[in-house]
Design a protein around this ligand. Sequence first.
Ligand SMILES: Nc1ncnc2c1ncn2[C@@H]1O[C@H](COP(=O)(O)OP(=O)(O)OP(=O)(O)O)[C@@H](O)[C@H]1O
Ligand SMILES: [Mg+2]
Length: 259
Amino acid sequence: MPYLQLHDVHVHYPVKSAWGATGRIVRAVDGVSLTLEKGEVLGLVGESGCGKSSLSRAVMQLQPLTSGGIELDGELLSSLPAQKLRHRRPDFQMVFQDPYASLNPRFTIYSTLLEALTRRQSLTRSEREDAVAQLMLRVGLSPEHMYKYPHEFSGGQRQRIAIARAIAPRPKLLLADEPVSALDVSIRGQILNLLLKLTREMELTMLFISHDLLVVHHVADRIAVMQRGRIVEYGDAEQVFSHPQHPYTQQLLNAVPKL
Ligand SMILES: Nc1ncnc2c1ncn2[C@@H]1O[C@H](COP(=O)(O)OP(=O)(O)OP(=O)(O)O)[C@@H](O)[C@H]1O
Ligand SMILES: [Mg+2]
């Protein structure tokens, strides 16, 4: 059975003007059906405004669906009552584009990561430090920095912290929405490789979102190409990258700098 299934998902927003509702709607996600097998990395690619983030927020249950359904490991998330949903939250976690905005600047790394650990209540102080240290090592950070604050780290290190927080509850599904777009080009590869290493080690299923086909090609097993709220091409990553069928995919590919 697939681990994540999107069934004809629609996310529409009402268009508002200064005078209130206009009666018009934006079809940000307009009938998307996708399937992710356990352990698979699906790359979702498309230009700015095509609906990628709306789709990922819908999967995270941060955005109500206009219609359709989202099924995680056989359970229809979109119809779960709030309390049951809270129970399942640890299973699906997200990494955002801007690690600085997504980390609380007043919390040390220790506090941020501790809060993300599901079993923290039963741990002693030294066990807590140990658990945080393990997480930091896992994402390539030195535990001696656990009492520092986000501003004391570089952009790449901050994204490592955000990734550590996302894997702390031992999720099964990871959503990464443009996780390297805000980072210096020179460190993007390291962060992508870290995400790949973690998906293998933790048997994560990952939905990886980017506007950059080259980045998606680097990490994904399969690629879905999104245009104006719809999936216009879907297939094996190598196949889509080397033999794109849809004109829009060819256009995205032409925008990729030649190596
Ligand atoms: N909360 C909202 N209310 C109204 N319209 C929205 C809202 N969020 C997104 N939109 C609109 O929905 C469309 C899709 O936006 P979305 O952010 O999902 O695209 P995206 O592919 O993630 O873009 P980007 O690459 O810039 O992050 C856009 O036209 C956007 O303006
Ligand atoms: Mg977005």
